[in-house]
Design a binder for this molecule. Structure first.
Ligand SMILES: [Zn+2]
Length: 258
């Protein structure tokens, strides 16, 4: 598609949001953006690190300040405050607007885009807020190393060995799906075309001018069974295969052994 967003455009939308994350989570967020894109689903990270002051401001909303309540977490009580959580939204094809529509199937593959993102996130190692039992937070992912927010408030952090192990695992990840041939470069397209031409040429050198006598009856039987519409232009291997199938009784061979 001509107006499809490029991966660089999609990545750029989230660059500021993920900059404040801890190293492992930032890498995991980058992978999520790339892997979702490879599934045909551009996303944007709408929240990364949220400072404790920002969190207190959000908590005040709908309580001591106007607006609707948006969080139950005071400053220091959200994983966002420690740079280990992200929120995402679907990025629409205009590259500007976003969507939280969990049924949307923008790439038309019969799987909701949201579900594709969640599946990729879990594969990378994110815990999903949609799996929580009480307050489900569908756009939210976190990677906590088993530490509670109380642990984080108390200054506990994963060990360097844990972080190194996670980073090594993330570095080794490859996208689950690869982009389709939309993404082929001019050189790749030329190489592919040359290969195709070569295959066609090889096939025609192999083609036999007429059905060999030894395969005639097998071809007649295959036609009679409605499995073959033309017996002409086959290769030696093709006639050999038809003959073998005929001998195996696949075409209900008349006159053969039942
Ligand atoms: Zn969140």
């Amino acid at each position: 598609m001509a107006n499809k967003l490029t991966l660089d455009q999609v990545r750029a939308k989230s660059a500021n949001r993920i900059a404040g994350l801890s190293d492992v989570q930032r890498k995991a967020a980058e992978l999520l953006i790339d892997f979702a894109y490879a599934c045909g689903v551009p996303i944007v990270i709408t929240q990364g690190l949220r400072t404790i002051d920002e969190q207190n401001g959000l908590y005040a909303q709908g309580r001591t300040k106007p607006g609707q309540i948006v969080t139950n977490a005071r400053g220091g009580y959200s994983y966002h405050n420690f740079g280990v959580a992200i929120d995402f939204a679907l990025l629409l094809p205009d590259g500007k607007n976003v969507s939280w529509d969990m049924q949307r199937d923008g790439d038309g593959d019969g799987i909701a885009d949201w579900d594709e993102v969640v599946a990729e996130a879990k594969r990378i190692g994110w815990n999903w807020g949609g799996d929580w039992r009480s307050f489900r937070d569908y756009p939210h992912f976190e990677m906590t190393f088993g530490l509670s927010t109380a642990d984080y408030r108390a200054g506990k952090r994963p060990s360097q060995a844990q972080l190194n192990a996670s980073m090594a695992k993330l570095d080794a990840f490859k996208p689950n799906k690869t982009e389709d041939d939309d993404e082929m470069t001019t050189e790749e397209k030329a190489a592919f075309k040359a290969l195709q031409d070569r295959v066609v040429a090889l096939e025609s050198t192999n083609k036999l001018a007429k059905v060999p006598a030894w395969a005639e009856q097998a071809c007649i039987n295959a036609k009679a069974a409605g499995l073959l519409d033309t017996a002409n232009d086959g290769s030696y291997d093709f006639y050999r295969l038809v003959t073998i199938l005929d001998r195996a009784g696949v075409f209900g061979a008349k006159g053969g052994v039942a």
